[in-house]
Design a binder for this molecule. Structure first.
Ligand SMILES: [Ca+2]
Ligand SMILES: [Ca+2]
Length: 325
């Protein structure tokens, strides 16, 4: 039996960031005041390193900052664990919503924000709630860059070694080497479509992506949110008219059957995550896609769960570079 030669060249490089989106139906002061509802919301956020919140209907503009205070109070002694960025109130008439991002300040920072103007010639006002785009950065530990791979020359004990290594390092893959891409910055384009205009708005996200690419240098994009991309709002035959779907440079991590709706009677893949950019795509494992079922996690009845929201949060894990210090 030949001895196994096993090289472990890097472990310390990548940091896994959990990035989630959550349409909290009609989020406002009333939800903050209901302790049970607030607890589920806080728990859902604390599972994540970045959380996009949609459907903030907060006329006085107080509920969202209060939510951040509640979160930060949970981390005594640590200076403001969470930071946030929130859009203006967006909408065509009196009905308005905001997009809000909550993030762990230790892990990421906001490089820049950009409100998509929605003034494309011949397509003015394509969106009811035009994306509030945020560029996040996750700075590296510095110049001392370690190689990002594990390497193994193994004999017929490879299965044993794989079993051991996969237990300790779940990122290990069968075969001789593993490459973990990590990214230092990425852009999140959020969207909560108008259900009846979902086909048009999802298609237009392609133009938003192009527009943002002209403004910012980043090539790493996550397009996420409540697309309303199911259950009658996007008929099957329409997919081919949606450039975000037909253009193969976009990678859809969620399939058309992933149920993100809370109601037991519905199975709807409303919420989606789409990636763009080679490094971005490499930094996310498709199997990291997760629908967080807070109904099960908290042992709630359907009715109780619906007082929190009619959507479950949707999450992915991104391999990011570690932040300095
Ligand atoms: Ca357009
Ligand atoms: Ca608009």
């Amino acid at each position: 039996m030949k001895p196994a030669v096993f090289f472990l060249l890097s472990l310390g490089g990548a940091l896994s960031l959990k990035i989630c989106s959550f349409n909290i139906r009609s989020f406002g002061e009333r939800k903050i005041l209901k302790q049970d509802v607030l607890n589920v919301i806080l728990e859902s956020i604390m599972r994540c390193d970045i959380m996009l919140i949609m459907e903030i209907k907060d006329v006085k503009g107080q509920a969202f900052p209060q939510l951040i205070n509640h979160l930060n109070r949970k981390f005594h002694g640590q200076k403001h664990e969470y930071g946030y960025a929130i859009s203006q109130r967006l909408g065509r008439k009196s009905y308005k919503e905001q997009y809000g991002f909550i993030y762990r300040r230790k892990l990421v920072s906001v490089k820049s924000v950009y409100q998509y103007p929605d003034t494309q010639p011949e397509d003015i006002d394509a969106f009811a709630r035009e994306p509030f785009v945020v560029w996040f950065s996750s700075p590296t530990t510095g110049k001392k860059k370690q190689p990002d791979f594990l390497f193994c020359l193994c004999d017929n004990n490879i299965n044993i070694i794989n079993t051991i290594v996969m237990g300790v390092f779940p990122m290990w893959q069968h075969g001789s080497f593993f490459y973990a891409a990590e990214i230092k910055d990425f852009v999140i384009i959020p969207i909560h479509t108008t259900p009846e205009a979902a086909v048009k708005e999802i298609d237009e996200l392609h133009d938003v992506h192009r527009n943002v690419s002209q403004h910012w240098q980043s090539k790493n994009f996550i397009i996420m949110g409540d697309f309303n991309a199911a259950c009658g709002y996007v008929p099957k035959k329409e997919w081919r008219n949606i450039r975000l779907r037909s253009d193969s440079s976009y990678v859809w991590l969620t399939d058309d059957k992933l149920d993100t709706s809370v109601k037991e009677s519905t199975r709807c893949a409303y919420d989606r995550v789409v990636l763009h950019g080679k490094a971005m795509i490499q930094a996310v494992k498709p199997e990291s896609v997760e629908v967080y079922d807070f109904k099960d996690a908290f042992g709630l009845t359907e009715q109780e769960a619906l007082t929190v929201s009619d959507h479950f949060p949707l999450c992915i894990n991104v391999n990011a570079a570690r932040r300095k210090g």
